[in-house]
Design a protein around this ligand. Structure first.
Ligand code: NAP
Length: 400
């Protein structure tokens, strides 16, 4: 057990046994942005409520549905209120999915079911999978763009997104096409879009906080994060972005409007940690035992839910979210702290016993076979008295 922990955690034997609490600055959760954000959200909410245009989610029951917080975004002020009617849900869009892998196909199924016209383009040939779902597959990006989709939805891996975006023939698209993405990090695609797309193109950054596993039974109540980074105020452009968001709203998602920067802070502390723990536990190869507890089952499920995603996705969560390194350090510190708590107790106990025995020996000058309360030292009882004493000292000093 100890060797396994050492292998996984890499604890230094020199520090084991210290009962001092380990100071770790990483472990205090990052707070300041939360209160700031909440204040801003409530300010924004009260503005909308007082103007009678509070946004509510889903089917129109304002008491049971979560409120959508709207950021102080000049473009979002141009959006018509949708207190209960589903503006845009009747508008059918022509949506081009770029990157038709695991997640692209998963999204396409629901989008097609809602009556939208879906096209797809990917590096690999997915023409058969696309036909099964009811999607027109293109192996040539020029051909796809000449179809003039109203929405380009990037479902590429985080790592390949820049290359794919740079390779798209943007000049073949209509002016004011809406570009959206579903990347699991948000500041990166936001800057990429702002940097590479012409100013006439609208930009919507989104992150459905679920995947083919967690969303296989439906999307009801699952969070959908979005940031309307740049949406023109013309009625067609406004209706288009609303119609796109309505895909997720209609499917029952909990719509959460949030800046890309806020998303990345929250996601590093929740999603990245989840994936990290799943990947670590995967290395332990958790076996199915005849006495699995519910807690153990949930650990095994965590491995299933995270390790099934591509490693590229996990690596992207780390590489393209500047907050992830800090979370990695926090986990490292937390592991060390817990280990020290445990070994600190054990060494405290041993030291106490050793002191007691030394005092007794001096006082009574008695030399008897001794046994320390360490696991696996029964063997010592068999040793001759002198050797036994030496052996104990060597073991405790940790030099054998
Ligand atoms: P992924 O491994 O992150 O991405 C796979 C997609 O990226 C495939 O469409 C693949 O195209 C494309 N791709 C990879 N390398 C490429 C390259 N060098 N050039 C061109 N295309 C390349 O797995 P995923 O689960 O499908 O995720 C797709 C996106 O959705 C990611 O940005 C991810 O963060 C986001 N997302 C995923 C989930 C989830 O649960 N899986 C949830 C929310 C958001 P080919 O297959 O044609 O090679």
């Amino acid at each position: 057990m100890l060797s396994l922990c050492t292998a996984v955690g890499g604890a230094s034997p020199a520090t084991a046994g210290t009962s001092q609490p380990h100071q770790c600055s990483f472990l205090s959760p990052p707070k300041p942005h939360l209160s700031l954000t909440t204040n801003r959200m409530f300010q924004s909410l009260s503005i909308h409520c007082s103007s009678g245009a509070a946004k509510i989610n889903g089917s129109g029951n304002s008491s049971s549905n979560p409120i959508i917080f709207t950021r102080d975004n000049p473009d979002s002020a141009a959006m018509p209120s949708d207190s209960s009617e589903k503006i845009g849900s009747d508008v059918k869009l022509k949506i081009a999915i770029i990157g038709f892998g695991n997640f692209g196909q998963f999204l396409a199924k629901t989008i097609v079911k809602q009556g939208h016209h879906v096209l797809a383009y990917s590096r690999s040939d997915y023409s058969r999978a696309a036909a099964d779902i009811g999607v027109r597959f293109f192996s040539d990006a020029d051909d796809l763009c000449e179809e003039h989709p109203e929405v380009i939805l990037l479902c590429t891996s985080i790592l390949s997104t820049e290359r794919v975006l740079r390779s798209l023939p943007l000049h073949r698209l209509r002016r004011s096409t809406l570009f959206a993405d579903v990347l699991s990090v948000k500041e990166f695609p936001r800057s990429l879009f702002l940097h590479l797309l012409p100013p006439e193109f609208d930009i919507l950054c989104t992150h459905p906080m679920f995947g083919p596993d967690s969303g296989k039974a439906g999307w009801d109540g699952l969070p959908f994060v979005f940031d309307m980074v740049r949406v023109g105020s013309g009625p067609t452009r406004v209706a288009r972005v609303k119609a796109f968001l309505d895909i997720f709203r209609t499917a029952g998602c909990r719509m959460v409007e949030m800046s890309c920067a806020e998303h990345d802070k929250h996601a590093a502390g929740s999603q990245f940690i989840t994936h990290l723990m799943g990947r670590v536990l995967e290395k332990l190869d958790l076996e199915n035992t005849p006495i699995n507890t519910k807690g153990y089952e949930s650990l095994r499920n965590l491995v299933d839910n995270t390790a099934r995603d591509s490693f590229e996705l996990f690596y992207g969560l780390f590489l393209y979210n500047k907050n992830a390194v800090e979370q990695l350090d926090r986990i490292d510190c937390a592991f060390e702290m817990v280990k020290k708590q445990l070994t600190g107790h054990l060494h405290g106990l041993v030291r106490k016993q050793l002191m007691l025995e030394t005092t007794n020996n001096h006082e009574n000058n008695i030399s008897v076979g001794k046994k320390l309360l360490l696991p696996g030292n029964d063997r010592k009882l068999m040793l001759p008295e002198k050797k036994q004493k030496q052996h104990d000292m060597v073991g405790i000093n940790g030099s054998s």
